[in-house]
Design a binder for this molecule. Structure first.
Ligand code: IVH
Length: 860
């Protein structure tokens, strides 16, 4: 086992195997044999156990060991210098080292090890809670199931990126295409899609790799965690993880594609040089990168700076410059958003930009179109950076006539025809809820994430409900009934085949030659004949014997189950099917093309069912050839008998009509109604956010909910009172007042209330922590970071990441470190979870806490 682990590491992590593949296979088989003979010796981290365990039923949620933060992005040299200046200012030194790493474009995962063994792995999820994908992660060969070395911590959580190497991505898409399956847009989607497969065997077949780059938790009494980020990378490599290659010059160049590397650089100039080198090498790397990550190297410095709104303040993602391309501007459409804002959108001749096909790009507003002087027919340069919406950068050549009028916003909304009003640089539709585009967008927001969170209702379903006139406002959602939902008409669901899928099926049909008799027997659908029975029959008879036997039985009463199956074979339908397959040359051991004159005429339904059976996995295994498709083929007159299948062309498949599907069936309707029912008691802040009041984001919604505690309370607040609330400025105050003084909005809220929608706020939600800046550190026994943060915000407090003289309270848990020292040094009040709860409950005041602290002389 040790030997296999060693060779796995050489092969999958270091890319430097020491033994030939067949030698490795022999070792592996030896271990398998040993484990078979001595099952008591099998350990869960054995190399033979990479794919194992049952197929998961969805993925359970897991709470991360520590929050998985994300990174703030910077784009250029100026922003980089701002970052390094800030680091120098705040740390108070100008000789700071940065750990410079490639930014892998994959799926971020957390890997937990206990006593050196891999016990759990999860997706990042929302940073606090992710999905448990342990079984799939185990299949990644560069993920150590057991940490190497003797000095491994008792408990370790590692963060890394699961990626699909570019070359494997290409190969995988080709084979998906051959199998007639959907392909992936880019390697990142492919990696994410593979890890979210419910069947670990599928994930195992995908050549994923894992690069580790961070230690989230290091828990050990004996060994100390590394003190620098570069030390973290070295330690991870020592544990057997694949990390970006150690500093350059280590000869990590492979034939063809180059490994990416990390290094330590001092000051902004070395960071810039690293960034430039990565860009220059970008296309030659084995994995997709989308930038460099710049991290302060010393962990103590990192801790001093802390984090802000889910981003560390000591690191940035220095993105690569956006990819650009030139194409034709076909036209300018106008889109209406949730707030009624009109956005001109360029309709483009589709073009590939850094791996993604772009056919639309935003033009922001009328002023932008005018300053570009863009119009239909022009050639334009577009760019896309990361996941942001592609933009039009400039016009490269104009085809329009001299003096043609510049493009301008329509005076009526393109969706509802109501007047368009200019407001600053932007234009707005004045239709409000009566404009279908605004209505749809507002409803999508209402049911979306952070709002009512009705998961059954995706954007398309909301739009459909609006289009069929069932839903015009949020209240209508609560008037939906099962009958209404089932009455939503069937919708076009696309054509069954795209060119790749059609070509793949035709190829597979062409390759269906010399199919073993046992599979043909399954394909015939004889009573009681599954794969096992078919196998036995094929062992006992050849084709000629089968035919003879079945004809002999045709007129007799069957004596047993085997006879019954054979007798069925004598029925005209089964016989016709068998002879047809023989005729098409499909059956092993029977020359095709000797059609006996047949008088059997297939009824369309029976033919479709027969074809579907034929296509099954244990029969001819033709994925995609479903009964519905078979029915379409017979209806279109393309297939009149089974043998016709093998003469199909891709054109026949592409000509099949578009499908239609009902969006709601019994089950989905019931799910939606249940979700709506449950949402009636939504939390007040989520409801306020769902209403889409301008400038009221999730945080502001929480502040308002904490201050007012009820919808009525907020509705009754006047401008002055609102302005007194910590963090509420004029913009928000005006928007809130505007919202509640609008007659239509008031009616809508009344409607919702009458339908039983009663947003609630916990009674304890008084603003007991209003105005307090609270820092959390260490592990709290009864609250996660997220829960503590929510408790604080719910009571009007603010969570800040670093301790300063402006900090009101430090809540310290177990293993609190430098923040606790700093707080003591600055005389900041320090308490534990208990103190936080009492403060929030209004049982004590901050002053009382401070007095108690000095009184006892004990900080915690
Ligand atoms: S460090 C607190 N290092 O980029 C540190 N992230 O935009 C947070 N990523 O979600 C992350 N390569 O999935 C770090 N070398 C690297 C990375 C990396 C890729 C991803 C990561 C994160 C995203 C942030």
């Amino acid at each position: 086992m040790e030997a296999i682990r060693h060779h796995d590491h050489r092969y999958y992590v270091l890319d430097a195997p020491e033994i030939a593949d067949h030698e490795y296979d022999a070792l592996f088989r030896e271990l398998e044999g040993l484990e078979r003979d001595h099952p008591e010796l099998v350990t869960p981290d054995s190399p033979t156990r990479r794919v194992g365990g049952a197929v998961a039923e969805g993925f359970p949620e897991v709470r991360h060991e520590a929050p998985m933060l994300s990174l703030q992005s910077i784009q250029d040299e100026t922003e980089l210098r701002e970052f390094t200046d800030r680091m120098e200012r705040e740390i108070g030194r100008d000789d700071l080292d940065y750990c410079l790493e490639p930014k892998f474009d994959g799926l971020s995962v957390e890997l937990v090890y206990e006593d050196g063994r891999f016990v759990r792995g999860a997706t990042r999820g929302n940073g606090t809670i992710g999905e448990d994908i342990t079984a799939n992660l185990r299949t990644i060969r560069s993920l150590p199931l057991r940490l190497a070395g003797d000095e491994t911590p008792r408990r370790l959580a590692v963060r890394g990126e699961a990626v699909l190497p570019v070359a494997d991505f290409g190969r995988m898409n080709e084979s998906l295409e051959r199998a007639g399956k959907d392909t992936f847009k880019n390697p990142r989607n492919a990696a994410a899609g593979s890890l979210r497969q419910l069947d670990p065997a599928v994930a195992a077949a995908r050549p994923l790799a894992l690069y580790a780059y961070d230690i989230l938790v290091w828990d050990d009494g004996e060994h100390a965690a590394p003190g620098t980020q570069s030390g973290v990378l070295r330690t991870l490599a020592g544990f057997g993880f694949r990390v970006a290659a150690a500093p350059r010059g280590n000869g990590e160049e492979e034939a063809g594609r180059q490994a990416v590397w990390w290094e330590v650089g001092r000051g902004p100039d070395q960071v810039l040089a690293y960034h430039r080198l990565l860009i220059a090498g970008r296309d030659r790397f084995a994995v997709e990168l989308d930038g460099a990550v710049v991290k302060l190297d010393r962990i103590a410095d990192q801790e001093e700076l802390g984090e802000r709104s889910r981003n560390p303040r000591w690191a940035v993602a220095f993105k690569f410059p956006p990819g650009q391309a030139k194409t034709a501007l076909l036209g300018i459409d106008v889109q209406v958003g949730r707030t009624g804002k009109l956005t001109p959108v360029a309709r483009l001749d589709p073009v590939l930009v850094s791996g993604v096909t772009v056919s639309r790009a935003t033009l922001h507003n009328e002023g932008m179109v005018r300053s570009l002087d863009a119009g239909p027919g022009d050639r334009v340069r577009i760019q896309r950076a990361g996941d942001v919406i592609p933009q039009v950068v400039e016009v490269v050549s104009r085809t329009r006539e001299e003096g043609a009028a510049p493009w301008s916003m329509p005076s009526g909304c393109p969706e509802c025809g109501r007047p368009v009003l200019a407001e600053g640089a932007n234009h707005f539709c004045s239709g409000g809820w009566s404009c279908p585009a605004q209505r749809k967008a507002r409803l999508v927001h209402f049911v979306g994430k952070g709002g009512m969170e009705i998961e059954t209702l995706g954007d398309e379903l909301v739009e459909l409900l609006v289009e069929c006139g069932f839903v015009r406002s949020p209240a209508d959602l609560y008037r939906l009934t099962r009958e209404k939902l089932l009455a939503v008409p069937a919708q076009p669901a696309g054509r069954p085949f795209d060119p790749a899928g059609a070509a793949a099926l035709v190829r597979r049909l062409g390759a269906a030659r010399k199919v073993p008799l046992r599979r043909v027997l399954v394909a015939l659908g004889l009573p009681g004949v599954g794969p096992t029975r078919a196998e036995a029959m094929a062992r006992d008879f050849d084709l000629t014997a089968l035919r003879a036997h079945s004809e002999r039985l045709a007129d007799e009463e069957p004596a047993g189950r085997a006879d019954e199956a054979l007798k069925a074979l004598a029925s005209p339908g089964k016989r016709a099917l068998l002879e047809d397959l023989v005729d098409a040359g499909v059956v092993e051991g029977a020359p095709g093309g000797c059609r006996r004159e047949e008088s059997f005429r297939w009824a369309p339904d029976a033919l479709a069912a027969a074809i579907a059976r034929l296509a099954e996995k244990n029969a001819l295994d033709l994925p995609r050839l479903s009964e519905a498709i078979a029915a379409d083929l017979t209806k279109a007159g393309r297939v009149e008998r089974p043998a016709d299948l093998f003469r199909l062309t891709a054109a026949d498949l592409l000509a099949l009509p578009e499908r239609r599907r009902r969006p709601f069936a019994e089950k989905s309707a019931a799910n939606l109604l249940r979700e709506l029912e449950e949402s009636r008691t939504v939390r007040l802040d989520r409801f306020l956010f769902a209403l889409g009041i301008p400038h009221v984001g999730q945080h502001v919604a929480r502040v308002l909910a904490a201050r007012y505690g009820s919808l009525e309370g907020l509705a009754a607040a006047n401008r002055e009172a609102l302005l007194e609330v910590h963090e509420i400025g004029e913009q928000v105050a005006d928007a809130v007042i505007g919202f509640f003084s609008d007659e239509a909005n008031r009616r809508e809220l009344e409607d919702l209330a009458n339908l039983g929608v009663a947003p609630a706020w916990e009674a304890t939600g008084e603003s007991t922590l209003s105005g307090l800046r609270i820092v959390l550190t260490g592990t709290l026994a009864g609250l996660t970071r997220e829960e503590a943060g929510e408790l604080i915000e719910r009571h009007g407090g603010r969570v800040v990441s670093s301790v300063s003289s402006r900090t009101s309270l430090l809540v310290a848990g177990e293993r609190a470190g430098s923040k606790l020292e700093k707080a003591r040094g600055l005389g900041v009040v320090v308490g534990g979870e208990e103190e936080l709860r009492r403060l929030a409950a209004g049982d004590v005041t901050l002053d009382e806490l401070a007095a108690a602290e000095t009184g006892t002389g004990d900080g915690t």
